[in-house]
Design a protein around this ligand. Structure first.
Ligand code: IVH
Length: 675
């Protein structure tokens, strides 16, 4: 076989493997085989340099760094999109289209795609070969980033299949997947460099590199969403069909593409994608709807810089600017004195935020946040709102930096910070009303003693009125006392006393958890209960004995012995058990290593619709399994509900068994667990 033919065949094979890997997400050969073919091609090319062409898979990274980017005028302007923020905006959009088209059809067909949060790019192919890549710029003039886009594996250097136009401009979004972003930032921090604020900035920064080697080292992907220039050939006459054509020609197509009918279809798509959002491996900031029929698109045309036939239905912003009115300190259950930013209320991530924890003084110093500052607040998914950064340009003149208090704002005891801890603590213990309130809230909470109707506000009131000092006091509360309280009638007072009384019958793990020992969460409480089987043994256990429990390390062991060495804790426990009558059924001492799932690691992902995450986790723990947050080669099984994304995919890649929620429930029932 001639060298030319060998080279051609190797390139074709490599392009096919690339396509299977990046576009179809379905690798056809092991990485090692790909590397072998790649090396073979490299060798042939270096022996025959005249045969190297720019579309060869070996030529993704090449050349010297640029000294600047040159400008490119787009042959067709790159437009932007109008936004819709709610169902009403969507209805208006749909109405405008129907009116303008004067159509009799009541339902327009829309193509729906997620709105990827990255950077728009234009890629020009001539005779199927990538000749130019450009940023959107101002829509008319962008920058030539050809060398950089060539390094991105999901961008074909050469189109595959047949039938593509002689000149074809493909447009799409370059973005950085969440996982790649995390890794990149970890690496940057480890090397003492600055981290990127979010994946979008990281993608933009990575494309703006004059040295394509830097871009090549960044985890970027591209997904196509439209075509621009089409010459010497045609594309399909429906938007959805064009995207599927692009997939055949070698581009990654977003798997969430759907064609729906009418505004109802759009709104239901929006809902579905909203619920998937957190599980997607990349960031999106909304969804995009486009009239699917190109003839209709043409009829509708454009207004200023946006098409009339498309709209972006945005999610509520996840970042907003607001004002810090004050920085105050809150005292928690374990005495931790936490700085909290009191904010001018701001709507972000779908809720109104008026407070944001600043965690500790190291964080306050890192942000250098002060009262009077404007700050960027971020709230993504169910995560608690965060102060991302201070907008320094907006800082008023006479702000002062924040100092930790020397005395507790609630009980005036001294505040101390241990050398190896990030937090400062009030030394008042249960003398401090704030700590008492938090301890009581914890005791009554759902996963602890689960006292129905005993909310946070009520506990605060009871402590403030000195009707309640500790958990044992709960069982002495009288209906007459409670009935006199604000917003409490005789009926609800009676209900509450009943609920408190019902809580006397409990389970040992719940009781241990309810005590609020530092670092003893639900899982540790359960492990302690199974290991020792009774409370007296836990109370008497030495640090060494505690270390034998699967979930207990040296720090937790210290917290446990220290808790049980304090006289007032022993008094409260004795009052709870002997005076109030808190009790539980005896349990068998269990050697956790003998449980069915001992030593196994399970992962829960997606929405568990029938039982919820926390119950699912508890059942697994009771069978001795560990429940981990991410899938790795050490995972033994993945339970995946609807909306499962990257974790489920990874499990499939690693050949890890998976089950859906129904199979999981059946499995639990087989183990004698009642659901
Ligand atoms: S269509 C004429 N589709 O959003 C239509 N844009 O605000 C132009 N974007 O600059 C764009 N995902 O960078 C379209 N599925 C998608 C998109 C998308 C993200 C970006 C794009 C554009 C901006 C418009």
């Amino acid at each position: 076989m001639s060298i030319e033919l060998q080279i051609q065949q190797l390139r074709e094979q490599l392009n096919r493997h690339n396509y299977n890997y990046y576009v179809l997400d379905d690798p056809s050969v092991p990485d090692a085989e790909y590397d072998r073919l790649f090396q073979q091609l490299k060798l042939l090319e270096s022996d025959n340099p005249t045969l190297i062409t720019p579309d060869s898979p070996t030529q993704r990274v090449g050349g010297k760094p640029l000294s600047s980017f040159s400008q490119i005028t787009h042959e067709l302007p790159m437009l932007s999109l109008d936004n819709a923020f709610n169902a009403e905006d969507m209805s208006e959009f749909n109405r405008r289209i129907i009116d303008r088209l004067k159509t009799n059809e009541s339902e327009i067909e829309y193509a729906c795609e997620p709105k990827l949060d990255g950077i728009a790019v234009s890629l020009l192919y001539e005779d199927g070969v990538l000749v130019r890549g450009a940023t959107r710029g101002d829509g008319s003039v962008g920058e030539d980033i050809t060398l950089n886009v060539r390094t991105i594996s999901t961008i074909p250097l050469k189109l595959s299949d047949k039938g593509y136009p002689k000149r074809l401009e493909v447009r799409g979004e370059i973005y950085m997947p969440k996982a790649g972003f995390e890794t990149l930032n970890k690496r940057a921090l480890a090397q003492g460099e600055k981290a990127f604020v979010n994946p979008r900035n990281a993608a933009a920064g990575s494309l703006r590199q004059l040295d394509p080697k830097v871009t090549a080292s960044r985890p970027l992907e591209m997904c196509s969403y439209s075509v621009g220039v089409v010459e010497g050939g045609t594309v399909a006459d429906k938007h959805g069909d064009i995207l599927r054509q692009l997939k055949r020609w070698g581009f990654k197509l977003n798997p969430l593409l759907e064609e729906v009918s009418g505004v109802e279809g759009c709104l239901s798509y929006y809902e579905r994608v909203t619920s998937l959002r957190d599980t997607l491996p990349y960031e999106i900031d909304g969804v995009v709807f486009k009239v699917n029929d190109l003839a209709l698109q043409k009829q509708l045309g454009f207004v200023s810089r946006a098409p009339r036939w498309a709209i972006a239905h945005k999610f509520p912003a996840q970042e907003e600017i607001t004002l810090v009115k004050a920085i105050e300190f809150q005292v928690g259950r374990t005495g931790a004195v936490t700085p909290v930013a009191r904010l001018e209320p701001v709507f972000v991530g779908g809720v109104t935020v008026s407070n944001a924890t600043l965690h500790n003084m190291d964080e306050v110093a890192r942000l250098d946040v002060r009262a009077g500052d404007s700050v960027i607040i971020r709230r993504a998914g169910d995560v608690i709102p965060q102060v991302v950064s201070v907008v320094l340009e907006r800082r008023p003149k006479d702000t002062v930096s924040v100092e930790m208090l020397s005395h507790c704002p609630v009980c005036d005891s001294k505040v101390e910070r241990l050398e190896d801890e990030a937090v400062s603590r009030c030394t008042g213990g249960l003398y401090c009303a704030a700590q008492r309130k938090e301890a009581l809230k914890h005791y009554a909470s759902r996963k602890a003693m689960d006292i129905d109707g005993l909310g946070d506000k009520l506990i605060e009131m009871l402590v403030d009125l000195d009707l309640l000092r500790d958990p044992a006091g709960l069982y002495q509360l009288k209906v007459e006392q409670l009935a006199k309280l604000e917003r409490m009638g005789p009926k609800s007072a009676e209900n509450l006393v009943n609920a408190i009384s019902i809580s006397k019958k409990t389970l040992l793990p719940r009781f241990i958890y309810a005590l609020g020992i530092r670092e003893v969460g639900e899982a540790t409480a359960r492990a302690l209960a199974m290991h020792f089987a009774d409370l007296e043994s836990i109370m008497k256990a030495t640090e060494e004995e505690l270390l034998e429990v699967s979930d207990v390390g040296p720090i937790v062991a210290k917290h446990i012995t220290s808790f049980f060495s304090q006289a007032h804790n022993l008094d409260v426990i004795s009052a709870l058990i002997h005076d109030a009558g808190v009790h539980w059924e005896r349990i068998e001492q269990t050697d956790v290593t003998e449980l069915l799932l001992a030593g196994k690691t399970w992962v829960l992902t997606g929405k568990l619709e029938l039982m919820g995450r926390s119950d699912a986790k508890n059942h697994l723990l009771s069978l001795g399994a560990k429940v981990a947050g991410s899938v790795s080669a050490k995972t033994d099984c993945v339970v995946a509900g609807p909306g499962a994304g990257a974790k489920l995919k990874k499990a499939a890649e690693l050949n890890i068994p998976t089950m859906d929620e129904n199979q999981f429930i059946a499995f639990l029932q087989e183990q004698g667990i009642e659901i």
